[in-house]
Design a protein around this ligand. Structure first.
Ligand SMILES: [Zn+2]
Ligand SMILES: [Zn+2]
Length: 183
């Protein structure tokens, strides 16, 4: 998972073949100390790199969630989220943002929807869930409360023994204004 490879363990305490611990023990002891110190430095560097990577991953997660929370009224695409995270972390890789989004979706903290705009959009799942009506005439998006579809979900559960997990439903149709224009 980590891009950082752990340091190779050096043969720090292996003495040369045919030589005992005694005799030239002083020189071997000195070499051993240097190798041990190098080993400690390598392990410390590895720990620092892993720590930095963990910090970067957690800051990407919090920046993605912050961007989604700020933009509740208009849901964002993965590209738009990457652009927002990049403003705070200029060196961030797009794939890191996309992987973070996938992880948040898997964990149920964020939902992904097709709202007919050509690219999937992401929503943060907070206390109350909501759904949408999307007009195919004027492309306007209307928000509807969960109560409006809860009865339908409950009926599905009773009649089909199917627990609906959809937490951001998008229904396409024609709005009132566009219907009037069509008359
Ligand atoms: Zn929504
Ligand atoms: Zn319309």
């Amino acid at each position: 998972m980590w891009a950082v490879q752990p340091p190779k363990i050096l043969p720090m305490l292996r003495l040369p073949a045919g030589k005992g611990a005694q005799g030239d023990g002083e020189q071997n002891g000195c070499e051993c100390y240097i190798i041990i110190i190098l080993q400690i430095i390598a392990i410390a560097n590895y720990c620092i790199m892993v720590h930095n990577q963990t910090m970067r991953a957690s800051s990407v997660t919090s920046l993605v969630l912050q961007a989604l929370e700020k933009s509740q009224a208009r849901h964002l695409t993965a590209q738009e989220l990457y652009e927002q995270v990049r403003q705070q972390l200029p060196a961030v890789n797009p794939s890191t943002v996309y992987r973070t989004l996938d992880r948040l979706v898997q964990a149920g903290r964020v939902s992904i929807s097709d709202m007919g705009t050509g690219a999937a959009v992401y929503q943060v799942i907070t206390g109350g869930i909501h759904h949408h009506l999307v007009c195919q005439g004027c492309r306007r998006v209307f928000e509807i409360d969960h109560e409006d579809v809860a009865a339908f979900f409950a009926r599905i559960k009773i009649s089909r023994h199917f627990q609906v997990a959809t937490n951001h439903l998008v229904l396409f149709g024609i709005c009132e204004d566009c219907s009037r224009k069509l008359e």
